[in-house]
Design a protein around this ligand. Structure first.
Ligand SMILES: O=c1[nH]c(=O)c2[nH]c(=O)[nH]c2[nH]1
Length: 302
């Protein structure tokens, strides 16, 4: 015999766009996002006994998302995730948790003749702002904010030497290499008691995204990198210092390799070491370096 051990269901890839107009200036602002909602609760019988009476249809979830977007601000995405999650656990007594993930896409205002255009935007890169939230009845709202798909490269200022060597090691040491990665950075907020508590800190969400992005880019650019590991740790450390309400910071960084090409076979062309200018970017395999950094517990005084 079998039993249902875990279940959740909902709507994924709900695409949502909202326009706002500044009444005074007529300037329009737009936000586009992709939302995933997954509900947990007393829904087992829908799986085990074909009992659809407990099912809040995934179409209903999608319609609710549109209605809540009409009635509420959808930025910052942390706030909208908490609004959607709270709606489901407060509206349906048998729904006990709502997982809401939001991916916010870039629409950056165009500059035309040196001036911000009132209603035209461009997609300046695939970078996205992501929020993963869980609103759980009786517990609160947990939120993790993220930057994803932020592609960066530095053409020098990165080394990798002193690593462990044995009979399996072929890689040479380098004091000057290309470093490129697609940043995935996350910061987990302390647990919020309820929607009111999320609302009370709303300005902090944009500030945190801004600081995390600036710290990531500045540290990437200016650190004399000894390794991806060490550079990412420095990023985490600064983000924890900058955002007191954050209790953990995590990074996942692929090391996107650029290989030197020995062209000496062709008329003695010099293209390695300090003479390297033409490289072969690699698609795979890639290094993948991850870490989570939290605050040190203060030592207990005896
Ligand atoms: O920054 C790096 N960290 C590693 O762990 C590693 N391993 C490797 O082959 N190259 C690199 N670079």
């Amino acid at each position: 015999m079998s039993q249902l051990s875990y279940a959740r269901y909902g709507k994924d890839n709900i695409r949502l766009y909202k326009r706002e107009i500044d009444e005074k200036t007529g300037t329009q602002s737009v936000v586009e996002m992709t939302v995933c909602i997954l509900l947990e609760g007393d829904i087992d019988t829908s799986y085990t006994q074909a009992d659809n009476s407990v099912v809040v249809a995934t179409d209903t979830q999608k319609q609710t998302c549109y209605i809540l977007a009409k009635q509420n601000p959808i930025t910052p995405p942390e706030l909208f995730a908490a609004i959607v999650g709270t709606h489901f656990i407060e509206t349906y007594s048998h729904i006990h948790a709502a997982h809401v993930k939001i991916i916010q896409h870039r629409w950056t205002r165009m500059e035309v003749d040196g001036k911000p255009h009132p209603h035209s935007f461009l997609r300046d890169g695939e970078e996205v702002r992501v929020v993963e939230s869980v609103t759980r009845e009786g517990e609160g709202i947990s939120i993790r904010s993220k930057i994803e798909k932020l592609l960066v490269l530095k053409s020098t200022g990165s080394a990798f030497y002193g690593f462990h060597r044995d009979e399996y090691t072929q890689l040479g040491e380098t004091w000057d290499r290309i470093l490129s990665t697609e940043v995935e950075a996350g910061w987990k907020w302390k647990l919020f008691k309820n929607l009111a508590e999320v609302k009370s800190v709303v300005p902090k969400f944009d500030q945190a995204w801004q600081s995390s992005r600036e710290i990531t880019l500045k540290t990437f650019a200016t650190d004399a990198s000894a390794s991806v590991q060490n550079t990412m740790y420095k990023m985490c450390d600064q983000i924890l210092a900058a955002i007191p309400l954050v209790e953990a910071v995590d990074y996942s960084l692929p090391n996107k390799h650029y290989f030197e090409i020995d062209l000496s076979w062709h008329k003695g062309l010099k293209n390695t070491g300090k003479d390297a200018t033409v490289y072969a970017p690699q698609s795979n395999p890639n290094g993948l370096i991850q870490c989570t950094v939290t605050r040190k517990e203060p030592k207990a005084r005896l």
